[in-house]
Ligand binder design. Structure first.
Ligand SMILES: [Zn+2]
Length: 429
């Protein structure tokens, strides 16, 4: 896949993936098109050599893999990991708030949201709804309003003179988005609105809405930015960018080697769930694939945990160690933290640097300032759970956890090229 096409398809991937469920559905379409076979965790599996498979859990996490032509216990698995979720505002179970004729929805803050950028945005709403259909079946359906339907207006500066020096955000009282204006007598419920939207989107007649997980998102689409198109701006670059890169690498390799991509939900809230990286999803897939050879396979395997890194910001240069300020468009960033907030060790870093050097591609290294705390990823959790040698790496970005983030146009493609080579190497460690 050539560079310009790679970035154009990235924009499409981001736009069609407003929630983890949509991201997994988007990935499923591409895997199906490439001949990967879906596995149901409820069934017996009998896996063939040299075939692609994938399993989905909760609709929001996915493990996709190629079995390769060799015995995995002797050849190991080239693994790439990422996460499907991003910090956002999720609709509460009883969300209706009526004040002064405005119909608003109460929201719960999911993950470490940078709240200020959510004001004055054209917001849409998407996620999964579980319904009782007209035949009395309980079923899940994906929903996406796909147009601006909500807004969180700022308070005018005239009513808050301290706004630029002192404004704080109270997530309970300041955030409920306005979705419509209604007369006093109105009794519309949020479930009514969902029923109408589901009928519009899919024609499905819904008897009852039984549950939902819906989040607001920025309705403006991903775009190229900069006088020379040096950047890409979008929501959810952390970490749909890495899901996209991992998927394209897996699709590109068709070789003999066993390769795997895992994209987990719930990273932003600590990963402890049935489908999160602290849960048993990946271990269970490996057990069913490798059987008694699992431990040997893992000992020969390596995991590359891909999650974005903080690029050095020209207005806040002192937030980085002077020797470890990754630049946008100067290569993916190997993330090091000897306190194991990142799982990188000198061996896994060496594997990456060696492949990257062979391809003549740039790479950078990040370690957090010694007087600041460090973030984390699914890397240490997966390494700790499976006992697999792991590397933490990511594309440098600005504005992590903002409603709109920024990356360089070069770095995603660079990481894709290295991961593709990694996934088809006959020996990784
Ligand atoms: Zn992330």
């Amino acid at each position: 896949m050539e560079h310009a096409e790679f970035n154009k398809d990235l924009l499409k991937f981001l736009n069609s993936s407003p929630t983890p469920w949509h991201a997994v559905a988007t990935m499923k379409v591409q895997l199906d098109a490439a001949g990967f076979e879906e596995l149901d965790e409820k069934d017996d599996w009998s896996l063939e050599p040299n075939q692609g498979y994938y399993a989905i859990r909760n609709g929001s996490s996915i493990v996709a893999f190629r079995t390769g032509t060799r015995d995995v216990s002797a050849s190991g698995i080239r693994m790439v990991g990422a996460h499907t979720d991003s910090p956002c505002l999720k609709v509460k179970p009883n969300p209706e708030v009526r004040r002064k004729g405005f119909f608003q929805l109460g929201v719960e803050v999911y993950g470490g949201v940078l709240l200020n950028p959510w004001f004055d945005r054209d917001l849409s709403l998407a996620g999964r709804v579980t319904v009782l259909d007209e035949d009395g079946e309980v079923r899940d359906t994906l929903l996406d309003f796909r147009k601006p339907v909500a807004f969180i207006p700022s308070l005018a500066i005239h009513l808050d003179r301290e706004a630029n020096s002192n404004r704080t955000v109270n997530p309970q009282t300041d955030l409920p988005p306005v979705v419509m204006q209604v007369p006093e007598s109105d009794t519309t419920s949020f479930a009514d609105l969902l029923r109408q939207q589901i009928a519009t989107e899919s024609g499905m007649k819904v008897r009852k809405v039984l549950g939902y997980e819906l989040s607001f998102y920025d309705a403006s689409e991903a775009s190229f930015i900069g006088l020379r198109d040096e950047f890409i701006a979008s929501a959810r670059l952390d970490n749909l960018l890495s899901c996209y890169i991992g998927l394209q690498s897996l699709l590109k390799t068709s070789g003999d080697e066993a390769a795997l991509l895992v994209c987990n939900d719930h990273e932003e809230v600590g990963s402890m769930s049935a489908e999160g990286a602290q849960g048993p999803f990946l271990a269970s897939v490996l057990e069913r694939w490798c059987g008694a050879g699992k431990s040997r396979a893992i000992a020969r395997s390596m995991m590359i945990s891909a999650d974005n890194a903080h690029g050095i910001h020209p207005n806040y240069m002192d937030k980085h160690d002077e020797n470890h300020g990754p630049q946008l468009n100067e290569g993916p960033v190997i993330k090091v933290n000897h306190n194991q907030r990142y799982a990188t060790n000198s061996r896994s870093a060496a594997v990456y640097r060696h492949i990257s050097d062979e391809l003549g591609l740039p790479h950078q290294t990040f370690v957090v300032r010694s007087d600041m705390g460090c973030g984390s990823t699914i890397g240490p959790l997966t390494a700790g759970n499976l006992g697999v040698t792991t590397l933490d790496i990511g594309v440098p970005q600005f504005g992590m956890h903002s409603i709109r983030e920024l990356i360089g146009t070069e770095d995603g493609y660079t990481l894709f090229r290295v991961l593709t080579e990694f996934m088809q190497r006959d020996r990784v460690l």
